[in-house]
Write a protein that binds this ligand. Structure first.
Ligand code: ATP
Ligand code: MG
Ligand code: MG
Ligand code: MG
Length: 482
């Protein structure tokens, strides 16, 4: 099955279970000062769960464009280095708003994965909330019992509050969740480990594919949980990971979601994918980032120097740097990949097609401007090297490497690469010290980043005192009485 068929099969399946298929919400969130980008399928249904808005349909399903580059959900540094976290990805989801609950949600997840998609049952694992003594919270034995109908007990594992209990905020709807993981390791490798060790231990081939949240409680202000009158289901499945499992691949990038872009990059750079570690990472970073950038622009968010625009600019520059450093691109190249992306995804996301001209134009200009900055930085570095040579040195000091990073956007790797070509080393320890000092400076400046949404309630009698990041899924605005 190609990826477009896999997506369609998901919709067809849930349509057959009386779900309304709804469009993705925009990836760029407007009119919410606290949530820059959609980071989960449920974002657009928040008001239904909070009871502020009635549901139009009791059951819906969709594919939501998500971006996880800031706040609690920041996967940026993993991207390209691992093979299953993206900046922008599609989250397939099905929802019940006060309609069906655990029994059906689990039954259908199982039916879809094993009967329809035909994933091997012995490679699937389910987790359920195992309870928390400290918080006086009971295990979700209901989910455990349901899973026993489908899986041997050894493949059903209890999970912690952190992984298996979802809360929208400090108060409000919450409940246990049940994750489905898949083991994609070769048989002989699996045979070496037995039983429960099989489940996700940070092995890149044993990964979470689907999370099923069962909203059954309301967390009251005093911390107590009360049963919700209407229970909801909220699920999210990583589309690219599903494609990897179904297409028998070991990396999301080997699926047809990314291969057209990787192939094109290989052609343009004259390098083969799979031969050199650094070039491979660069190709993955670019293939990933160009989706984040293109989808943002299609939603109307152009790169800029503030807020969401700045996040997008940084992602674009990261891609340019990888291309420049490891693939030898010194002219705009990301723009040339857009037609390939539109060919691959334009059907499902028509905004890509209708905005293609704008997307290409904006990216070309951004790339050209940043490449000029890079060139200026290189000239700056060259002059430093010449001066150092005259002084008989062969090392770039940490401070210089830091200035290049801070002012010219040079990652350490690039400085080192250029220095090495001229027979120089770089004082890495000194560089890291400068970086750390800068981090402390900005930490002290108390920069607050608010990336998930907050419920902003400002009363005359209360004064805003800052954000609380301690909750798992939401940043809470704190007030004190005045
Ligand atoms: P992980 O533990 O792998 O980081 P998660 O627990 O953060 O995943 P959820 O918030 O439960 O993910 O999101 C639901 C599903 O979305 C996950 O089961 C996974 O398949 C997918 N997913 C999450 N983050 C990413 C990402 N950065 N890139 C691609 N897919 C993702
Ligand atoms: Mg995660
Ligand atoms: Mg997880
Ligand atoms: Mg999860």
């Amino acid at each position: 099955m190609n990826s477009n068929e896999i997506r369609k099969t998901f919709f067809d399946f849930f349509r057959s279970k009386q779900h309304e298929i709804v469009p993705s919400a925009p990836m760029v969130v407007k009119n919410d000062p606290t949530l820059m980008f959609t980071n989960a399928g449920m974002n657009q249904f928040k008001d239904i769960f909070l009871g502020n808005q009635p549901a139009k349909f009791p059951r819906v399903a969709d594919s939501q464009k998500c971006l996880r580059v800031s706040g609690k959900h920041n996967d940026l540094e993993e991207v390209g280095h691992d093979t299953y976290h993206h900046t922008m990805f599609e989250m397939l989801g099905n929802w019940s708003f006060g309609d069906y609950f655990k029994e059906e949600a689990i039954a259908w997840a199982w039916e879809l994965l094993t009967d329809v998609y035909k994933l091997p049952k012995d490679r699937l694992y389910a987790s359920y909330f195992g309870g928390s003594k400290d918080d006086n919270m009971e295990a979700d034995l209901e989910a455990f019992e349901i899973w026993k109908k489908y899986l041997p007990e050894a493949q059903i594992l209890p999970g912690s509050k952190k992984d298996n209990f979802w809360e929208m905020g400090e108060t409000g709807p919450c409940g246990p969740c049940s994750e489905i993981h898949i083991d994609l390791r070769d048989d002989d490798e699996r045979a070496k480990v037995a039983g429960r060790d099989l489940v996700n231990k940070d092995n890149p081939l044993v990964i979470e594919i689907w999370n099923n949240v069962f909203m059954q409680f309301n967390r009251k202000a005093n911390g107590d949980l009360e049963l919700l009158p209407a229970k909801h289901v909220d699920t999210g499945m990583g589309f690219e990971r599903l494609c990897m499992a179904l297409q028998g691949k070991k990396s999301n990038y080997d699926t047809d979601v990314f291969q057209p872009m990787i192939t094109k990059l290989a052609e343009m750079s004259g390098k083969k994918y799979g031969e050199n570690k650094e070039a491979d990472i660069a190709m993955r970073v670019i293939a990933d980032h160009l989706r984040a950038i293109a989808f943002s622009i299609a939603d109307g968010q152009l790169p800029s120097n503030v807020k969401a625009g700045y996040v997008i600019r940084r992602i674009l520059r990261r891609a340019v740097r990888y291309g420049y450093t490891f693939l030898g691109f010194n002219e705009p190249f990301i723009n040339k990949l857009i037609p390939t992306l539109v060919g691959q995804m334009g059907e499902q996301f028509p905004e890509l097609k209708s905005q293609q001209v704008l997307i290409e134009k904006v990216i070309t200009e951004e790339e050209a401007a940043f490449l000029r900055t890079l060139e200026t930085g290189i000239r700056h570095l060259d002059s430093i090297i010449e001066k150092a040579k005259a002084e008989g040195k062969n090392e770039i000091d940490g401070k210089t490497a830091f200035v290049l990073n801070d002012t010219f956007g040079f990652p350490y790797d690039l400085t080192e690469l250029i220095a090495r070509e001229k027979g120089f080393t770089v004082d890495k320890v000194g560089f890291e010290k400068e970086l750390e000092e800068q981090k402390n400076r900005s930490r002290n400046a108390a920069a607050v980043e608010t990336d998930d949404w907050v419920e902003l309630r400002k009363f005359d009698t209360e004064e805003f005192i800052g954000y609380d990041h301690s909750s798992a899924d939401v940043v809470i605005a704190r007030y004190r009485a005045v």
